[in-house]
Ligand binder design. Structure first.
Ligand code: MN
Ligand code: MN
Length: 316
């Protein structure tokens, strides 16, 4: 069972302004092959299907705990996409007249609103991901940066613990490559804060699976790190979280029931040698952004009520 906290695990600053193409890029970190939906669902199904828990309990606890944390990552990525999409089309309700729109900090970056804009979604056709506008009301979708929907084919679940841990180590390293590339594709502070957070937390998952393989096999997998060959400290947002909060050293208890994580998560961090710790608490929470409706996405909203009544009467 899941107990859901209505909070985000990362504090998101306001974006510089609306940025539909940055939102499209960030989609890769949600529904891409190596995105957060993939890490969430891989570890979730592996934990559902786990056999031999009595013998391998620390591995199960670590896997299930990380699976649970991944839920908070799809939340963070989705919130970021929604923030970046806000203001990308002029907010207006034809029934109530046009409004300038979007929760945008810098007024200079507001979309050039036209109170009499005859086609409020005109620019949407030119944005990178038109599904954000035509198949949703300007919001996060379970797809990658190319608009391909996430698929269960991204889930690997062999039932062999060594193979699954090896796969998960690879998956987290691949995810890390994707995060660093998404980071370099945008200079938006909201996107970068979220990606910096994911780099740090994903970094703990890489180390966790390396440690798990070490405990299981004796092979010093941590010696391979970092993969890709760049430290999180090169990313200012990630460095801040590591230096000020030591967020790269911690596994938070996502459940009171996962009690044996510390049998794997212990010893020095392979990169900086600082001690790894398990905290018997949830990570700090931050409020979700509270975004206003986008009535221009409900189109057309100025249908003549008399006409609707005429046709509905005719249809009986
Ligand atoms: Mn993640
Ligand atoms: Mn992860």
């Amino acid at each position: 069972m899941i107990f859901r906290h209505d909070q985000l695990s990362v504090e998101l600053p306001a974006p510089n302004g609306p940025d539909a193409n940055a939102a499209a890029a960030v989609q890769e970190l949600l529904g891409g092959k190596f995105g957060e939906m993939s890490t969430l669902m891989n570890y979730t199904f592996q934990s559902f299907n786990f056999r031999g828990k009595a013998k391998f309990r620390p591995f199960y606890d670590l896997l299930a705990n990380i699976a649970t944390e991944e839920y908070s990552h799809i939340e963070a990525v989705s919130a970021t996409i929604n923030l970046l999409l806000t203001g990308t089309t002029p907010r207006q309700d034809r029934n109530q007249g046009a409004k300038t729109g979007g929760t945008v900090k810098d007024p200079a970056k507001k979309h050039k609103d036209a109170p009499t804009n005859p086609a409020p979604l005109k620019e949407a056709a030119n944005f990178r991901n038109t599904s954000h506008f035509f198949n949703s009301s300007q919001q996060a979708l379970p797809m990658d940066s190319m608009g391909r929907f996430w698929t269960g084919e991204n889930v690997f679940c062999s039932g062999n613990l060594k193979l699954d841990l090896l796969h998960n180590f690879f998956l987290e390293c691949g995810a890390r490559a994707g995060k660093s590339r998404a980071y370099e594709s945008t200079d938006d502070p909201c996107a970068r804060a979220m990606i910096g957070y994911l780099l740090v937390r994903g970094g703990t998952h890489i180390v966790a699976y390396a440690k798990a393989l070490e405990v299981l096999t004796g092979v010093p997998v941590g010696g391979l790190l970092p993969i890709p060959d760049v430290s999180n400290r090169k990313f200012p947002e990630a460095r801040k979280l590591e230096e000020e909060q030591g967020l790269h050293l911690v596994q938070f208890h996502q459940s009171k029931d996962f009690t044996q994580i510390a049998k794997i998560w212990n010893g020095p961090h392979p990169e900086d040698g600082k001690p790894l710790v398990v905290k018997d608490e949830m990570p700090p929470g931050f409020p979700w952004p509270d975004l206003d409706p986008e009535p221009q996405l409900v189109s057309p909203s100025d249908i003549d009520p008399a006409m609707i009544k005429y046709y509905s009467d005719k249809l009986g």
